[in-house]
Design a protein around this ligand. Structure first.
Ligand code: FUB
Length: 312
């Protein structure tokens, strides 16, 4: 009888541990920031940026990022690293030593995967001016072919793409404020003039936009810094370009002092998830970050239940 109860207890422990995210941070072999997650072909693909120790490369005490890896998983616990998909040395319009391969995104359209990434545009004379490039592949793992030029008319960081139900694609990005423009069917050219998203908080930097639709509501979510550390916030509208109304906070500022946060939100196997980052493996230097996941829940009226980060 005693063995029977111990057996049952063991089963409960195994089952409950396989459904938790006590494994945060999720990627152990590299620093991974700005996690952009997408569901492709029944798997979750993760397109993060990749912090490396700066060791004399790039700007001192700053983000140091030279390439992108893609990861995938079926259970959000075991992740396969598919290796480097884009490296700064292969981007013709950036300095091969810019170390500024910041937050990317990837989307599927018409049989192709479009990977969007920001980096410094060496041809733009404004100091540290970022452009957004595109690399295209037939599979999420690549190989990706990098476009010769960045997208014309986009000056900023943190690209994010949303395709609406009518198949119109939109590109969002940040340059202190958040901007949006339509994309042409070819996904590499703008099809409208960029507009600044109105009605967001005017004070403080807003970056890292992530856009999605749920039950007819359009969610614009973004990290916002007012007091030195970023907080994930969101606004809701009825169209991809607004108008939006600020609704609240998805995740509070980190109490342990990682000043950036950057996220994405997906639905996978009937559960919503928030991907974000924290400096778990680098408590003394918050430019070496690691991707994390937590479950995300909505209330009846579509508002988001604030997420409390899962501790390790
Ligand atoms: O990772 C570099 C920059 O830090 C990103 O582009 C921002 O969103 C912030 O996370």
């Amino acid at each position: 009888m005693k063995h029977y109860f111990i057996g049952i207890l063991w089963c409960i422990l195994v089952i409950s541990s396989s459904h938790s995210f006590a494994q945060n941070p999720i990627i152990k072999n590299l620093y991974t920031a700005d996690p952009s997650a997408r569901v492709f072909n029944g798997r979750v693909y993760l397109f993060p940026s990749h912090d490396v120790a700066n060791m004399g490369k790039g700007r001192e005490n700053w983000f140091c990022m030279e390439d992108y890896h893609v990861f995938s998983s079926e259970n959000l616990t075991e992740w396969t690293d598919h290796g480097v998909i884009v490296h700064q040395k292969d981007v013709p319009w950036t300095n091969p030593e810019s170390y500024s391969m910041w937050a990317p995104d990837c989307i599927y359209r018409n049989g192709k995967y479009y990977f969007y990434f920001p980096t410094i545009n060496k041809n733009n004379t404004a100091q540290r001016s970022f452009g957004v490039g595109v690399a295209i592949a037939d599979a999420p793992e690549g190989p990706y072919s990098i476009m010769e030029q960045p997208i014309k008319g986009v000056h900023g960081i943190d690209p994010n793409v949303f395709i609406d139900k009518d198949n119109q694609a939109y590109l969002y990005w940040s340059s202190r404020d958040i901007f949006v423009a339509k994309l042409k069917d070819n996904m590499v050219e703008l099809d409208s003039d960029p507009i600044t998203i109105a009605n967001l908080p005017t004070k403080g930097l807003k970056e890292g936009p992530y856009f999605f639709e749920r039950n007819g509501l359009y969610y614009l979510t973004y990290p916002h810094v007012e007091n030195n550390i970023e907080r994930l916030e969101y606004a809701i509208g009825k169209t991809p370009t607004g108008p939006f109304e600020v609704k609240g906070v998805i995740m509070d500022e980190s109490p342990t002092g990682c000043w950036t946060n950057h996220h994405s939100i997906i639905e996978y196997n009937n559960q919503w998830y928030l991907f974000y980052h924290h400096n778990d493996y680098s408590p003394d230097f918050d430019k070496n970050r690691s991707a994390r996941i937590d479950s995300l829940f909505f209330k009846e009226d579509g508002s988001i239940v604030k997420v409390k980060p899962t501790l390790r």
